[in-house]
Design a protein around this ligand. Structure first.
Ligand code: HPA
Length: 277
C-alpha cells in the first residue's frame, strides 16, 4: 500500500466515526485552545464524541483540553468544535496533530476558526487581550505537509500568502469595534514547546516581526489552507512572553488569563459567526 493510501484510509476511518455520531452537515469548525474550552457550552443542541472513540485520534494530555469533538448550533450556524487539540510537543506526529483538519475537509467543512493561548512578544500587548492573527512564522523547520502529497485535498506547493483570510480579518475587526472589544492584531510564531521560550529567543522573535508566541495553530492552519479552508485565527494573550516582564511563566497563569478574556472571546466569536459568509 502506498503512503498516500495508508493516510487516506486513516482519514476515512476517523471521518466515518465522526459522521456516524455527529453528522456531516457543518458550516464551520472551531478549535478551542487552552483555557477556552468552556466556550463549547455555548453550542445549542450540543452532542459530543470523545477523541478516544475516534479511530487514529490521540487522547488530549493537556490540562484545559477536554478531548472531545462537539456538534451544535452557534449563532444560527452548524458548528463542529474541537474541545482541545493535539500538540507536537505531546509526542504526536504532525499527521496526527493535523488529522482532525483532514476529517473536517473530508466532511466538506469550508471554514475554520482556530484559537489559542499565546505569550505577548509585542510590548504594547497585555494579558487578557485578544489578538487577531494576521500572519504566522513557523519557527519549527518542519512542515505537516511533508511526505506524499494528498492531491485529493490540495496541491504539492500550496500558497500561504493569505493564510488568514483577509475578509474574515476585516469582519473580526468590525465586530470588535462595534462591540468595544479590545482586539489587537499581529504575527503569531509557532514554537515547539513544551518549555516556554528563553528571553533571548523572545528578543529574537521580536526582531523578526513576531507579536505573540505559542505552541500550536500553525500546523493546523497549513493543512487547512492546503485543503482550501478559509481561516480565522484568534489568540488570547495570556501572559507577557519570557523576559518581556520580570515574571516567570506557568500554565496555571495561562489558564486564568484565558478565563479572564472569556467574555470578550465569546462575544467576538458569536458575532463573527453570525455575520460570516
Ligand atoms: N509561550 C508559548 N506558548 C504560550 C505562551 C508563551 O509565553 N503563553 C501561552 N502559550
Amino acid at each position: 500500500m502506498t503512503e498516500k493510501n495508508a493516510v487516506q484510509i486513516k482519514i476515512n476511518e476517523a471521518t466515518g466515526a465522526v459522521e456516524k455520531e455527529l453528522g456531516r452537515d457543518f458550516d464551520l469548525a472551531i478549535i478551542l485552545g487552552s483555557g477556552l474550552g468552556k466556550f463549547a457550552e455555548k453550542l445549542q443542541g450540543r452532542k459530543s464524541l470523545s477523541y478516544e472513540k475516534i479511530p487514529h485520534f490521540c487522547g488530549s494530555t493537556v490540562q484545559g483540553h477536554a478531548g472531545r469533538l462537539s456538534a451544535g448550533v452557534l449563532s444560527g450556524k452548524k458548528v463542529l468544535m474541537m474541545e482541545g487539540r493535539f500538540h507536537y510537543y505531546e509526542g504526536h506526529e504532525m499527521a496526527q496533530v493535523t488529522l482532525p483538519i483532514r476529517v473536517m475537509q473530508q466532511l466538506g467543512i469550508p471554514r475554520l476558526i482556530v484559537t489559542n493561548a499565546a505569550g505577548g512578544v509585542n510590548k504594547s500587548f497585555h494579558p487578557g487581550q485578544l489578538m487577531l492573527i494576521c500572519d504566522h512564522i513557523n519557527t519549527m523547520g518542519i512542515n505537516p505537509l511533508r511526505g506524499a502529497n494528498l492531491s485529493d485535498f490540495g496541491v504539492r506547493f500550496p500558497d500561504l500568502s493569505e493564510a488568514y483570510d483577509q475578509g474574515y480579518r476585516n469582519l473580526a475587526r468590525q465586530v470588535a469595534e462595534e462591540n468595544k472589544i479590545d482586539l489587537v492584531e499581529g504575527v503569531y510564531a509557532y514554537c515547539c514547546g513544551p518549555s516556554y521560550e528563553t528571553p533571548a529567543e523572545v528578543r529574537f522573535y521580536e526582531k523578526i516581526g513576531v507579536d505573540a508566541v505559542g505552541m500550536s495553530t500553525v500546523p493546523e492552519v497549513i493543512v487547512a489552507r492546503h485543503g482550501g479552508m478559509r481561516v480565522l485565527g484568534l489568540s488570547c494573550i495570556t501572559n507577557a512572553a519570557a523576559g518581556v516582564t520580570e515574571k516567570t511563566l506557568n500554565h496555571q497563569e495561562v489558564m486564568e488569563a484565558a478565563a479572564a478574556a472569556f467574555d470578550d472571546f465569546t462575544l467576538l466569536l458569536r458575532e463573527f459567526v453570525r455575520q460570516m459568509d
